[in-house]
Design a protein around this ligand. Structure first.
Ligand code: ARG
Ligand code: ZN
Length: 412
């Protein structure tokens, strides 16, 4: 097993040196805060171009463009009177530098999967080994969740942490359903660390944690393409493989998603067409009786989003959702650490409508009364490629927010 995984790692390292996508000439454009008038256009553009973060009214939007796309997007912005600037003139050097840093760290730091690393980004195989090590080392409280195989044949796993008492309430956290959102995974790993170390947290609830929800995509973003978002299953268009897993859940899947295979938010051929998504979604339904809180961790945006993504109509318990997200709870606890101000918002408040997202699924299918998507800080140049030095501060400020949220939800 050990031997096999080192062989796999060696292959990944060698393979990646040959094929890694160069982002030379790619730009990141940043708009002025979006007006309500511009929002519908930007929302439509976001189905075709790669918008980073979550566009919304009153917030600047960022979009990554290839050299071919740049003039098209610039012209569209100009027509819509959306003023914008170049945030990153050339992504190539940055991608290369961060990659070189990762390679250097690999050589100097031995892999110790029993503990999670927060000084560098861990690869999928290491994280999976870490999950098993954690379960093996703590058999009384930890068990591995078997989610089956990804499309690409990676067996992937979550972790359940419990004091063993039957009938306890349960909370769920998943990370890295979008492959390139690497900062999210260490947040899941930190939750695992905390709950393993603190019996009181296990008396509070059973904890279900899935550190890498999109294993093929996550792995691919290490080996081939830093900004890969989707899964890796081919589509009918050979040029555009992959489905946005966060548009593939079985809730209002066909209510308005794009059909363009090349869209970064292409939702797949049907709800749960992606094996990873089906496994996760069905698991959540299986534990729905005890589940009280669902949290998806994404980057970036410094937002705590609550359902729904397809309508700005308030859901029945909207006041409770907001109170748990702000109040004496989550966002305040985050701000107390280093002053980072997360806003608490309806997912569709900026009229960026989504269908088939995981949080709406968990909430809309009745699995939980509290469902959130956390959009972490961007780190670094304000994108999906934060330096590893951003991991620790982000994790340190977000953990208290997660804990406050769990405590609030269980008390209410
Ligand atoms: N940036 C995330 C996405 O586009 C946000 C999802 C928030 N939830 C929602 N239902 N829109 O997938
Ligand atoms: Zn995301």
């Amino acid at each position: 097993m050990k031997l096999l995984s080192s062989a796999v790692l060696l292959f990944l390292v060698l393979g990646s040196a040959l094929a890694y996508k160069s982002y030379s000439g790619y730009q990141v454009l940043k708009t002025a805060p979006l007006t309500a008038a511009a929002m519908p256009y930007v929302s439509r553009m976001s189905q075709r171009f790669d918008f980073w973060g979550t566009p919304g009214v009153g917030r600047p939007a960022t979009v990554m463009v290839s050299p071919e796309e740049a003039p098209v997007v610039v012209a569209a912005f100009n027509r819509m009177r959306v003023s914008h600037e170049v945030l990153v003139a050339d992504l190539g050097p940055q991608v290369e530098t961060q990659r070189a840093e990762r390679e250097a760290l690999k050589v100097s730091s031995p892999r110790k999967p029993r503990t999670a690393s927060y000084d560098r980004f861990m690869e999928f195989v290491e994280i999976d080994a870490h999950i098993h090590e954690t379960a093996d080392g703590n058999p009384a409280i930890a068990s591995v969740l078997d989610l089956g195989f990804s499309y690409g044949g990676l067996e992937f796993h979550g972790l359940k942490l419990s004091n063993g008492q039957p009938g306890q309430k349960a909370v769920w956290f998943d990370c890295a359903i979008h492959a390139r959102e690497w900062l999210s995974t260490p947040v899941c790993l930190r939750i695992i660390d905390e709950v393993v170390a603190n019996p009181a947290l296990r008396d509070l609830a059973d904890w279900y944690i899935l550190p890498v929800a999109n294993p093929d995509g996550y792995d691919y973003s290490f080996t081939d393409d830093r900004f890969w978002r989707k899964t890796r299953r081919p589509t009918a268009d050979a040029n555009c493989p992959g489905t946005d897993p966060n548009r593939n859940f079985d809730f209002l899947w066909d209510a308005g998603n794009p059909t363009d295979y090349c869209s970064e938010v292409y939702p797949g051929t049907g709800a749960f067409s992606e094996p990873e998504v089906a496994a996760m979604g069905n698991f959540i339904l299986d534990i729905a009786d005890n589940l009280v809180l669902y949290v998806a961790v994404h980057s970036y945006g410094e937002m705590i989003l609550y359902p729904y993504g397809h309508t700005v109509e308030p859901v029945p318990n909207v006041d409770q959702l907001i109170a748990a997200g702000t109040g004496t709870a989550s966002a305040d606890a985050i701000a107390a650490v280093a002053g980072t101000a997360y806003t608490v918002e309806n997912s569709a408040s900026g009229l960026y409508f989504t269908y088939g997202a995981s949080d709406d699924f968990a909430y809309g299918r009745g699995a939980v009364e509290f469902a959130y998507t956390f959009e972490l800080s961007a780190g670094g140049s304000g994108g999906f490629d934060p330096p590893a030095s951003q991991i620790q501060p982000v994790v340190d400020e977000v953990w208290p927010g997660m804990l406050a949220l769990v405590e609030y939800v269980l008390a209410n």
